[in-house]
Write a protein that binds this ligand. Structure first.
Ligand code: GAL
Length: 678
């Protein structure tokens, strides 16, 4: 083998087995290839001498990076004192990046307001549940509800957009940074109290309606004016749960309103540029769906080991859990259907998790390709060079602090070479399975968990993971989404069923599988008069006559129709005449249903959940392809991707896959892509 071929092979640039050096995608038809795949990186020029900037930009371009996010924490440099702007440094770095043909994503710096601003506006500071004000320092020291702070944010965003909104190198905007990070969604200060009172008054109109909705006849909690409404903190025990839910709704809407102020500032000043926000993994304190409607596409910050290490099973410590990463990719599509970005991708060890292991060799490359498989258009690594100073100096980057390329940087550069050969990829394929997920159910479960081991997100993810392990792609969808085209519709749990959701469910064609605690609360956090699952009884005639929660380790054997396993943590006693699909040992029904709708009255262990999903898929006419735990597949258009998260090789079942990348025997921590037959 000649040297250039070996080098190209090492770089993953040829389909293994071919006799010539073939660009990866040359064999693939170009039709339907609509999305250009890109790499980006997060860059902090303000943390490095200006003499390094030009060389950095040249090296980025040389390593396949074409998008660079800057400025999202640099307010004090942009505006050292109120109204005195210093754009010089930002002008110069944008010019340098433009010369290197790098598209610039400008972050608005509102997650790190300057000291002078906080001095002038102390009421913008957030207040903790203990009633104490959080101080200037670190970042995210503001309350979303502060109207004066929102005005300051509009001002700096407008000033930035006036200056750079039409700059040819500026391709788009990231507003603020990771809303809610560092426990900052909720605040309990004066601005929040005033905002909550106004919100409650707008929602209920009269105090009588408020008292009725909140069920204040319990424990003498009636209020006689909106001015008597306080925030739900600092009391011996629970406030009315309807009030606690309203506070969550209010706080979530504050995030959206805060966001909208900057969108309104930037849109008219920066025509043709995108606006996005970088959401966090598994984050449920606010509902991102309304924000999804106010951005051009969703993006998120993917730190697979930050999420897994020391929290998930030890085997995922150095790879991340494929189904958690997959869930978050799929969630971006539910937030906004346009191709999403990974705005920050883990490049090596992070500094902030319980433990901070280094990824297995191969994973940095794998994560990037995995994001593309799920429909990403851009994967941007955090960050270009490891910081020498500051709180994140132990966080890795594409380059070491001394400037040399890091192990993750080598893998990212390989992806950079690989995607240059593609040019474009097909659009994300609509899945055959829809999984309904909402945030109100998370909040409802947290407000009234009924057991310490209740976690709605984890329950929904257990259904998702079971399907992914059966080789089935899933679309996560919001309530009320039209469900046509889906063969299987999963509702792991949806606490409240509104009219639009019920209508979408009534119009569906696919098999509906409803999980426990669904329809268990009204909009006002009451038990439905006709008992759970409330309005769903129109689709599935079943009533939940009793519930029970159980400690970790307690398990009820369930058997029937190939659905063996155990109910755990949450169990319901059902009143129904529907055919029984699975029973507990004591003869009570666990799963009931017809050909069109099932009700599942428990949370399940892994065996039960996998069996449930296998049976549901079969009934819905979907073929299953069980995969080992460490292997996952994802389809994007006519491309099939496979990812090996484990230490053992795996052989692609197709005897002759039309491979574009990788080999039929998928090595540990490796990626394969092949073109599917017409
Ligand atoms: C993210 C954040 C970045 C950086 C990174 C480190 O949460 O957006 O600014 O702190 O984590 O992993």
């Amino acid at each position: 083998m000649d040297i250039s071929r070996r080098a190209a092979l090492k770089a993953g640039m040829v389909a293994v087995g071919g006799s010539q050096i073939t660009p990866l995608w040359a064999a693939a038809p170009t039709r339907n290839r609509t999305e250009i795949l890109r790499l980006g990186c997060c860059y902090y020029p303000e943390q490095w001498p200006e003499s390094m900037w030009a060389a950095d930009a040249a090296a980025m371009a040389q390593r396949g990076v074409s998008r660079v996010r800057i400025a999202e924490f640099a307010w004090t440099l942009m505006e050292p004192e109120k109204g005195r702007y210093d754009w010089g440094w930002l002008d110069r770095i944008i010019t340098i990046l433009a010369k290197a043909k790098l598209g610039v994503v400008l972050g608005t710096p509102t997650a790190a307001p300057p000291h002078w601003l906080v001095e002038q506006l102390p009421e913008m500071l957030p207040v903790g549940e203990d009633g104490r004000t959080k101080q200037f320092g670190s970042r995210r020291y503001y309350s979303f509800a502060s109207q004066p702070y929102r005005r300051e944010c509009a001002r700096i965003a407008s000033a930035m957009a006036d200056r750079y909104g039409r700059h040819p190198a500026v391709v788009g905007w990231q507003i603020d940074n990771e809303y809610g990070c560092h426990d900052t969604t909720y605040s309990y200060g004066r601005a929040d109290r005033a905002g909550f009172r106004a919100w409650v008054e707008a929602r209920y109109g009269t105090v009588a309606r408020l008292n009725e909705a909140w069920g204040t006849s319990v424990w003498s909690q009636q209020v006689d004016s909106f001015a008597a409404v306080d925030l739900p903190v600092l009391t011996p025990t629970d406030h009315p749960p309807a009030k606690m839910l309203d506070y969550r709704r209010f706080a979530s809407e504050q995030v959206g309103a805060f966001h909208q102020v900057q969108v309104d500032a930037i849109r008219p000043r920066s025509p043709g540029r995108f606006i996005t926000h970088n959401f966090m993994a598994n984050f449920t304190e606010f509902d991102p769906f309304p924000i999804g409607d106010a951005i051009d596409f969703a993006s998120w910050d993917s730190y697979p080991l930050g999420v897994a290490a020391g929290r998930d099973e030890p085997r995922w410590d150095r790879t991340g859990n494929p189904d958690i990463t997959g869930w978050n990719h799929d969630l971006m599509h539910a937030i906004n259907p346009a191709p999403f970005w990974v705005m920050e991708q883990q490049p090596g060890p992070v500094n902030w998790a319980r433990y901070n292991p280094a990824p297995m060799p191969g994973m940095v490359r794998l994560w990037a390709w995995e994001a593309f498989a799920y429909g990403a258009s851009t994967v941007s690594h955090f960050r270009w060079r490891q910081a020498q100073v500051g709180p994140e100096q132990m966080h890795s980057a594409l380059n070491r602090p001394d400037g040399a390329i890091s192990p993750g940087g080598i893998e990212a550069a390989q992806v950079g070479r690989e995607i240059q050969l593609i040019g474009a990829a097909p659009a994300r394929t609509k899945a055959k399975v829809a999984l309904l997920f909402d945030y109100q159910t998370v909040w409802t479960t947290e407000i009234q968990p009924n057991a310490v081991n209740q976690n709605h997100l984890a329950h929904a993810q257990s259904w998702y993971a079971a399907l992914r392990g059966l080789g089935i792609d899933v679309d996560i969808v919001r309530p009320a989404t039209p469900l046509d085209g889906y063969k299987l519709i999963l509702m792991p749990s949806l606490a409240t069923i509104d009219a639009a959701t019920l209508e979408a469910l009534e119009k569906r064609e696919g098999l509906l599988v409803v999980g426990p605690r669904s329809g268990s609360k009204t909009e006002d956090f009451a038990i439905p008069r006709d008992l759970p699952p409330g309005p769903l009884q129109r689709l599935i005639p079943v009533k939940v006559k009793q519930t029970g929660t159980f400690r970790n380790g307690a398990a009820f054997p369930v058997a029937g129709e190939g659905m063996d396993g155990h109910a755990i943590a949450w169990r319901e006693w059902l009143d129904t005449k529907l055919p029984v699909k699975a029973r507990y040992e004591d003869g009570e029904s666990a799963v009931v249903g017809t050909d069109t709708a099932w009700y599942v009255g428990c949370q399940g262990d892994r065996d039960f959940t996998v069996a449930l999903m296998r049976n549901a898929a079969r009934q819905a006419g979907l073929s299953t392809h069980p995969l080992p735990d460490h292997v996952r597949m994802r389809q994007r258009g006519d491309l099939q991707f496979a990812f090996n998260y484990g230490p053992d090789a795996w052989t692609i079942p197709d005897p002759k896959p039309a491979l574009l990348l990788g080999q039929r025997t998928l090595a540990p921590y490796d990626v394969a892509i092949w073109r599917m037959a017409e």
